[in-house]
Design a protein around this ligand. Sequence first.
Ligand code: AHR
Length: 475
Amino acid sequence: MHFTLSRRGFIASSAALSAAPMMARAKVAEAPVAAPQNPLVRQRADAQIFRHDDGHYYMTGSVPEYDRLVLRRSKTIAGLTSATEAVLWRHEKTGPLSGFIWAPELHRIDGQWIIYFAAGPSGGGEDVFRIRTYAVVCDGPDPMTGKWSLLGQFQAPWDSFNLDSTSFVHKGQRYFAWAQREPGIETNSNLYIAKLESPLKLAGKATRLTVPTLDWEIRGYKVAEAPAVLHRNGRLFMTYSASATDARYCLGMLTADEDADLLDAASWTKSPQPVFTTCRETSVFGPGHNSFTVDEQGRDILVYHGRDYEAIQGDPLFNPDRHTRVQRLYYTADGIPDFGVPVGNGPLPERFASATNARLLLAHEGPQLIAGNPLLAQTQFRQTPGRAGQQSVMLSPILMPGHYLVARKDGSVALEPDSNSADFDLRSQFVRLADARRGTIRFAAIAAPGKAIGVADGQIRLVRSRDAAARWRAD
Ligand code: AHR
């Protein structure tokens, strides 16, 4: 199948976009939905995004100055980017809470808003790392406007460096998980879990869940910190962060059956490899200190911080550019979270499965487009505004920034680098057409009127836009 590409045809077809014949056939050109862009919030590390049953998202995290507790609220995840940030509490002028304020987490416990955080004294020297866990409590129902005051210090099993606490309820029992340096174990921190009797008091003995011993856990520092818990598919997944806070920072994961004794360390299995690491193709370095939430459609979202450059001047701990990032969290066929790679700056990518065969996704093997189901990152494509009028879009694989899907004269669809030529600007333009009734979309090729990206003989090709082969389910 061949079709002629011409600048005149291009102008006619883009004019047609405004006259809407293409859209008329397709019922509607899908208007882009306001969606989050990464970084979601610049210079907020250790981010927690909490979706409350009031329908709002609340976001807190460490600020570069490490001197205060802040909170944002928005009806949408994307809205957090520009949401007003309230300062709820500032470190004290002297004493054990006058120095660093790290990694706050907002929780609703027994009808009270509570924020757990780690704090240390000021005064310089090693004493500033005399970090302990505390909580503040809000005096009313609105955490953004209420008055926050110190509730007290967490009664940890040892008087030693402890931080990054989280709390969760499982089968009606509230648990507390945190990172701590244990006397006699030569690491910066290990992970612990215990039942919680009251916000700052454990209900019993703490269980040590993991000590950093694997090579990817002890790069720079021997660290297991920032536990975050997700309950899905009959299991509890506890992610944690490991190694130094530079590009070597990464996520590990412990898994327990939902019916297991969570206080028995043997119930938890450690993934032998990190589940989320630096990705040079997408330029995200040191991804970690994550939390989990769900988006407005109830789909799982991974929240984490990461820098968009690798080389850091000075101590990474005092580098301000750990930005808050979000991305979809997918699952493998057996229900294990598939973290993929940190997707990089810009609009969140999507996956496109053929409406005629869900096992065939738009994907690529290097520069070759394929219809298949390879690694997650090979199936994620970022849609950006096109260059042929407001309805046109371009599609780029997250692992090959600067490369885009293009229509070719021979009816194939390929990946090409952006040459900024008139020819490229013609062949790389598509219109995303939604069929709300079928729940599918099509990418009509502006350069080839009547044609759209589709699957033919197991390959990604231009097919007749009206054929089922041109329909995709976005995920
Ligand atoms: O961001 C400050 C501290 O550094 C966090 O508490 C910890 O998770 C990170 O390593």
